[in-house]
Ligand binder design. Sequence first.
Ligand code: ADP
Length: 226
Amino acid sequence: MIYFDNVSKVYSAGTPAITDITLGIEPGEFVSIVGHSGAGKTTLLKMLFAEESPTTGSVLFNERAIHELTNRELIQMRRQIGTVFQDFRLLPTKTVYENIAFAMEASGRPDEDIIADVPYVLELVDLADKMWNFPKELSGGEQQRVAIARAIVNQPDILIADEPTGNLDPINTYEVVQILKKINDLGTTVLLTTHNRNVVDSVGKRVVTLDQGRIVRDDQSGKYSF
Ligand code: ADP
């Protein structure tokens, strides 16, 4: 489904961020990408989302090279990918319900879907009781769970979580990891970047370790061993 085919990325400043990466990810996998800050994790995700182009090699999504897609195809492809970031990125003036409904409206989903699906995804992340609260009334972990609900409400094939627990304490981190595992169990491919050893160990799935832009380990049921 996702295939990085001998990909390298050198930024314009001359920094080699990714070097000779070949990596396949199958539907339904849960892959943790780990490595020190600057190892190239975010660059890898940005190339998958076509925010950055590879300098050499190609990134394939469902056997199509992402950087050869037309704008229209790119929009379609991005709809199949949900994203979550360290800083939550919720709209502060909208309630939890409105934050999720807004993402559905942007994808052209009809009102009856919105009314049915927003409570459903909030139930999934254990936040049905916070539906009418504003983000600032929630803990960091709760805000991240809203962001996850928003990322999955349009039923993407893939959920990308880029350091989703970076701002959270251990208890909230644990809860977010459990939610990501649950979403993966329901069939969504999950791609997680982190440098938190406890996160990787509690996921207990495939771990790809990057060091200075190269894959140095790829363990099927890995533990953090950097
Ligand atoms: P990570 O997510 O593992 O911290 P990044 O992918 O952000 O790593 O960065 C990998 C390398 O690429 C680092 O050396 C970083 O400084 C460099 N880099 C990242 N983004 C840019 C950019 N837009 N321009 C120039 N260099 C960049």
